[in-house]
Design a protein around this ligand. Structure first.
Ligand code: ADP
Ligand code: MG
Length: 341
């Protein structure tokens, strides 16, 4: 979907008006939109986010190469891609009510060439961009975001859903207004007269504009057990014990994801990185990361301890969501005020 055929696209989506592109992922473009006046949705939402997934890529023959964002992909699953979108929609619809830290699902539409997932709009954009802008976040701000991510994951896990794609790009926020100066924090000293160009100023304070944080993107999410029965999905009663165990442990992938996000927010770069994908994979599987000097020098032992409990290779020893939410560093008094909503 290019900006040029936004108009023709508009004709296919009757109940909403597309305004401007606000984001994109590997298979989608996301627009800010408006529900048409007098519609039921308009009573609750002035603006919405519309995730548009093109159907074109699905009409190719199996194994044909499709180019998405400059990368070649095999279209081996053209029948299942429709199912995948419908699964994302069903899961998102199921999990979003009752959790203010999950982007609310609003509506789903389909035209001859596109799927449209209509969601609550988050005005601040991605936490990813805040890290880029500020280079790294203060411990207070990281905690403020981490807690809210924790609440979202607690909600999902208690419903038997694993998100599986936790990253700063999928964490969105609503901004808050100016925070009075006594609540501002500095990295190397609390002296507000320290100059920014000396690199001493704690840039994380700028993130005082981050209010409510919400988890988005259920494209890779999976339901692993039904809440009421606690039994795995699929044929109940015939599932092997190792599968039951595996599925229980698969929740721990989200905890690893939280660890990566918290690490990245605190220092501005991810815990595992290598240009070569096979070396990166090796590092991850061995849990080979460090609290690299000098970037981690000023960061508290409490924060490091929390990260290390999340980036634990053995899923049995890794924090689960309740342990994370009770972590002494995470539960330290938070000086960043939360948003009203
Ligand atoms: P994909 O599955 O293709 O990764 P996402 O659902 O993650 O798609 O959306 C892609 C990007 O679009 C996000 O990273 C974000 O920048 C933006 N976006 C998605 N949903 C919203 C929303 N509800 N409000 C504001 N921006 C959004
Ligand atoms: Mg995404």
């Amino acid at each position: 979907l290019s900006e040029d055929n936004l108009f023709s696209e508009q004709l296919e989506l009757s109940d909403y008006k597309l305004i401007e592109k606000i984001g994109e992922g590997a298979f989608s473009k996301v627009y800010r939109g408006k529900p048409l006046e007098n519609s039921i949705v308009a009573q609750n939402y002035k603006n919405v986010a519309i995730k548009i997934i093109k159907k074109d890529i699905l009409t190719l023959e199996d194994n044909e190469l499709v180019e998405i964002n400059g990368e070649k992909h095999k279209s081996s699953n053209r029948t299942s891609t429709r199912e995948q979108v419908l699964k994302e929609v069903a899961l998102h619809k199921q999990v979003s009510p009752g959790c203010k830290n999950i982007v609310q699902f609003i509506d789903f539409k389909e035209s001859s060439s596109y799927y449209y997932i209509i969601q609550e709009l988050l005005n601040g954009g991605e936490i990813f961009n805040e890290i880029v802008k500020l280079t790294y976040l203060s411990e207070d701000l990281t905690r403020h975001i981490g807690k809210q991510l924790g609440h979202a994951i607690k909600h999902l896990h208690s419903m038997g859903v694993v998100h599986r794609d936790i990253k700063p790009e999928n964490l969105l926020f609503n901004p808050i207004d100016f925070i009075p100066s006594p609540q501002r924090k500095f990295r190397k000293s609390d002296d507000p007269n320290t100059k920014m160009d000396e690199g001493v100023f704690r840039p994380g304070i700028g993130g005082g504009r981050i209010g409510t944080v919400k988890l988005a993107d259920f494209g890779l999410s999976k339901q692993i057990f039904q809440t009421n029965t606690k039994t795995p999905c699929g044929t109940v009663g015939y599932t092997a014990s190792e599968v039951v165990k595996d599925e229980k442990y698969s929740m721990k992938v989200d905890m690893w994801g939280i660890g990566c996000v918290i690490y990245t927010m605190l220092c501005g770069f991810p815990p595992f990185y290598d240009d070569k994908i096979n070396i990166l994979t090796e590092k991850i599987s061995r849990g080979e990361y460090t609290f690299l000097q000098p970037w981690w020098d000023e960061i508290s032992d409490g924060a490091k301890n929390c990260v290390s409990k999340l980036l634990e290779v053995d899923p049995l020893k890794r924090y689960d969501i309740d342990e994370f939410l009770n972590d002494p560093w995470l539960t330290t008094y938070d000086c960043v005020p939360s948003n009203k909503d």
